[in-house]
Write a protein that binds this ligand. Sequence first.
Ligand SMILES: Nc1ncnc2c1ncn2[C@@H]1O[C@H](COP(=O)(O)OP(=O)(O)O)[C@@H](O)[C@H]1O
Ligand SMILES: [Mg+2]
Length: 207
Amino acid sequence: MRGFFVSIEGIEGAGKSTVLKRLADALRQDGYQVVETFEPGDTEAGKRIRQILLDPQLKGLYPLTELFLYFADRAEHVKKVIEPALQSGKVVICDRFMDSTFAYQGFGRGLDLETLYRLNEIATGGLKPDLTVLLDLDVKTGLGRNRNTGKADRFEQESLEFHQRVREGFLELSKDEPSRFVVVDASEPPEKVFKEVYNRLLERING
Ligand SMILES: Nc1ncnc2c1ncn2[C@@H]1O[C@H](COP(=O)(O)OP(=O)(O)O)[C@@H](O)[C@H]1O
Ligand SMILES: [Mg+2]
């Protein structure tokens, strides 16, 4: 039996990591085998790619260079982690996936979306999440939540306008593919956000 692939998307501080952990625990209690993973950086090669991508000292990385590093990370991730887990029937929950590329490099940096779709198709071999949870949150609130967690990475240093475009981008993506996405109000308390996501996910897994 083929597994089920869930991606969790949203701006910095939306609560992706928090919800993912709760979701994985709950699904395990329900008897599912769950793989928790993330992008970028959850493979041997990916760890090294991630260091480049998030290095705050690496100013002015050319957008196309950044883009291909993400796709390199994703190709490795799909082949080595996601596909094998799905083939053995597991639920894979991924903290950020292809929609982050479209939102950050497309809507945020202004790269051509059609090109991103084509390249992404190559990197993933056509694999798409069965369900994408978009945690939607006001940009200031999100960035404020993460403020006390130490040094800002390359993306956290971007302007408010950049993050605003990213948020709007995610919302547009969700409107383009309403059957793949569920959009959840991430300004609610963690327990409420989790329950909403969990219920929507169970509907999909069982449906
Ligand atoms: N629904 C929520 N309401 C308030 N604070 C939250 C909520 N979800 C997460 N947080 C807190 O906000 C911060 C960022 O959450 P995190 O899950 O790391 O976000 P992300 O992974 O999307 O960047 C953490 O300190 C977390 O405890
Ligand atoms: Mg996180």
